[in-house]
Design a protein around this ligand. Structure first.
Ligand SMILES: [Zn+2]
Length: 99
């Protein structure tokens, strides 16, 4: 298992993910570039423009030093292959029915 986390973050930092809710447990962590790229990939797969935009803005100014602040639970559910698959299928179903 790679070490994706750095030290705990400050109190003013917020979780980046829109799917984050007040029920998300655990402390916020700063995730490094490996995790950052994983998130970026998942944002593309999910068609999550909002998150993609935020990530790209961070990447544009920090490059390979880019980090992102998230709950570990949020990171895990956002990048879970099962969750991404379900999300994409749901989105397809919705776009078909709204046509
Ligand atoms: Zn969160």
């Amino acid at each position: 298992m790679e070490n994706l986390e750095m030290a705990d973050v400050g109190l003013n930092d917020r979780c980046l993910l829109p799917s984050c809710s007040s029920t998300s447990s655990g402390s916020l962590k700063t995730f490094k570039i490996q995790a950052f790229k994983q998130l970026l990939e998942c944002a593309v797969e999910r068609g999550d423009d909002e998150t993609l935009d935020k990530l790209q803005t961070i990447f544009n100014s920090h490059g390979e030093q880019a980090t992102v602040v998230l709950h570990k639970t949020c990171y895990c559910s956002y990048t879970s292959k099962e969750h991404v698959k379900k999300f994409v299928l749901k989105r397809k179903a919705e776009s078909v029915s709204s046509d």
